[in-house]
Ligand binder design. Structure first.
Ligand code: ADP
Length: 491
């Protein structure tokens, strides 16, 4: 395409230049015809013409002051006249020297090369003059003859002047130039294609290798082998992808371990109260235990615990799957926290624990699901009461921070050991102090809290100093955002 376009434009340009050339030089022919009353001797006339004569825009009289009626060789006196007129130049001297050395008989050898091949026909269509006969036979198509310009002398047409380029024909060296371009383009295209092919093969191999290892690793992971890691040494996008992939495997492995642990932990949690129930019921059946009020209350406690555990598991599963239906309402979180503090006051009073909700200076509102936010406060307050010894205190504070509302539930309890702190939000995780069932709960409370906070596009974390107390801080956006299913739920 580039070649076709270049050739087309080049022919167009040479055509225009050719027409120009003919127009600019037709005056010479008119002049000759006028001075000689015919075309005889025109070849010799041009033989004596300096190289640059065709390019000169001056009228013919000024260009050829040495031509006086009859054309002939340029002699010294002519050169002198030119020198006086300041019009002598190197090419003129060259032309003269050439002419003198080579003689004038062979026009083909001596005609100075013209920028275009000028051809003059007489009125009968016979060839009268050819500026470059050495270029071979004239090959101007008949159809192009309409571009010939008539040479008119005294209102009479005495000939027709045309040039190769004005006829739309390219000259030998012009064809050579165009062919040069063709070959250059062909060679550069072939070289480019080869380079592209080799570079593509090289790059494809480089890209495919890690992609293949990613595909292999994915398949193995799909079959449960989480030991797979992809090795991509460089920092390219592929390297980043491999790093992300490796991080994903680590997370998958962690989730898988967690899932397995949860199943066995849940089974364990269920087994203990069920075993107690079974033993109690068997001894009642065998008459070993009297069905006293205390015995029945003990059985009810186990059933209540089981109920609580099953309900917690249900809520956790809902929060994790993103299937939990939330009803967002505009609410005052400080008022809600006060309400929840009142709800747990009996448990707090039993241990003489003071709960204080510090109302902010101005009313804070946010859009959240009231039931779930209540549950977050209940779980945090419940834990604070559970893990705070008698006569302790619990403080609930709240403030606005940009687009978020930050709530803090702080107690003066036993605190959480530094090693346990990163794990307290994991399912069924309990610190060693909390392991005894009489003291601890199911180990699902904080997982549920985290799940609910995440559903609200919030963030929760814990700070603690062992023996001094714990702080649970959570941040919720004031504006409502639809929960997205399966987002970074609960660990
Ligand atoms: P649990 O039902 O055992 O309370 P959670 O998920 O609510 O389960 O809490 C997980 C663990 O985090 C608890 O077992 C306890 O060890 C620790 N924990 C939670 N809240 C507090 C707190 N306020 N003070 C000290 N430890 C706490």
């Amino acid at each position: 395409m580039t070649y076709v376009r270049i050739r087309f434009r080049f022919t167009e340009m040479t055509f225009e230049a050719g027409q120009n050339f003919v127009e600019r030089n037709i005056g010479i022919f008119k002049y000759y015809y006028e001075t000689n009353n015919g075309w005889d001797g025109i070849d010799e006339f041009f033989l004596n013409m300096p190289h640059d004569a065709f390019k000169n825009d001056k009228p013919p009289e000024d260009r050829f002051p040495w031509v006086e009626g009859t054309p002939g060789p340029v002699d010294d006196s002519n050169v002198q006249v030119d020198a006086q007129n300041d019009t002598v130049n190197d090419s003129q001297i060259d032309a003269q020297t050439n002419n003198q050395n080579d003689g004038q008989s062979n026009a083909q050898d001596q005609m100075p090369p013209s920028p275009d091949r000028l051809i003059l026909f007489d009125t009968e269509g016979n060839l009268v003059f050819d500026s470059d006969p050495g270029e071979g036979d004239i090959s101007i198509p008949n159809s192009a003859m309409e571009n010939a310009i008539p040479v008119v002398v005294n209102d009479m047409e005495v000939g027709k002047l045309i040039s190769y380029n004005s006829a739309g024909v390219l000259r030998r060296e012009q064809i050579g130039f165009v062919q040069d371009i063709f070959w250059t383009l062909l060679v550069s295209t072939v070289v480019s294609v080869l380079v592209v092919v080799f570079v593509s093969i090289f790059l494809t191999r480089r890209i495919l290798k890690p992609v293949n290892s990613l595909a292999d690793a994915s398949l193995k992971i799909a079959h449960g082998d989480y030991t797979q890691r992809v090795d991509v040494p460089d920092n390219s996008e592929l390297g980043e992808m491999a790093n992300a992939f490796n991080a994903m495997i680590v997370e998958l492995e962690r989730q898988n371990t967690l899932r397995r642990r949860t199943t066995s932990d849940v089974a364990h949690e269920l087994r203990t109260p069920l075993s107690v129930l079974q033993i109690e019921l068997e001894s009642l059946e065998d008459g070993l235990t009297e069905p006293t009020t205390e015995t029945i209350q003990g059985l009810q406690r186990e059933v209540a615990y089981l109920n609580h555990l099953v309900e917690d598991l249900r809520i956790l599963a809902l929060a994790e799957s993103g299937d939990m239906v939330l009803s967002p309402v505009k609410l005052n979180p400080a008022a809600l926290a006060t309400e929840m503090a009142i709800r747990v006051r009996h448990a707090a009073l039993d241990k003489n624990i003071t709960i204080e909700v510090h109302e902010p200076d101005h009313e804070i509102t946010l859009v959240a699901d009231e039931l779930r936010l209540s549950q977050i406060f209940i779980n945090l307050l419940g834990n604070a009461i559970q893990y705070t010894p008698e006569n302790g205190r619990i403080d609930v504070t709240m403030y606005e921070d940009g687009d978020d509302v930050v709530s803090i539930v702080e107690d003066t309890g036993m605190g959480i050991p530094t090693d346990d702190l990163p794990h307290v939000f994991e399912r069924l995780y309990r610190t060693s102090q909390a392991r005894t069932r009489t003291n601890g709960g199911s180990g699902l409370g904080l997982s549920i809290v985290k799940g609910l906070v995440n559903l609200h596009h919030g963030h929760i974390w814990a700070e603690s100093e062992e023996g001094k107390g714990s702080r649970f801080i959570f941040r919720l956006p004031k504006e409502w955002k639809e929960p997205s299913a399966g987002t970074d739920m609960v660990e």
